[in-house]
Design a protein around this ligand. Structure first.
Ligand code: CMP
Length: 131
């Protein structure tokens, strides 16, 4: 997901360019907005964290871009491309270093395992929307 902060700041095009230039194929994509219920479900694993309320409020405040990406070693390579969760700790040239402002508003989300990628892909897309 390209998160609401990056959408608000006009970075959709630049971020998609970095993703495709890094060799990822976009197999599904949509511009949408999460409801409170959507965000609580998507980030359910973080429900007990102190930042959960802030995270849900942020993720629902404006539209996002959801996408499913395909590549060999996609999970690890995408995490390398986006950089550390906290942009202050993200490597030079990573998406979060370039386009994110804080650990809470960090521009982009990537799945942390193949299993979660399948769950998160199915959260956003039906089979007919995946190419
Ligand atoms: P993401 O990779 O989407 O997964 C969980 C999100 O929770 C994370 O990016 C951040 O946006 C948010 N998050 C993680 N840690 C913190 C924190 N300490 N304070 C606020 N938000 C956080």
């Amino acid at each position: 997901m390209i998160k609401p902060d990056a959408v608000e700041n006009g970075y959709i095009g630049a971020i998609l360019e970095k993703i495709t230039a890094a060799g990822f194929k976009i197999v599904a994509m949509k511009y949408t907005q999460l409801s409170q219920r959507d965000a609580e479900e998507f980030y359910g694993i973080h429900r007990e964290r102190p930042f959960f309320g802030e995270l849900v409020e942020f993720m629902t405040r404006g539209p996002i871009v959801a996408a499913i990406l395909e590549k060999d070693n996609a999970v690890d390579d995408f995490r390398a491309l986006i950089g550390a969760t906290n942009p202050a700790e993200a490597a030079e040239g990573t998406i979060r270093k370039l386009y994110a402002a804080s650990i809470g508003e960090n521009a982009i989300h990537g799945s942390d395992s193949d299993e979660n990628a399948a769950i998160e892909g199915a959260f956003h897309f039906s089979g007919r929307e995946v190419f």
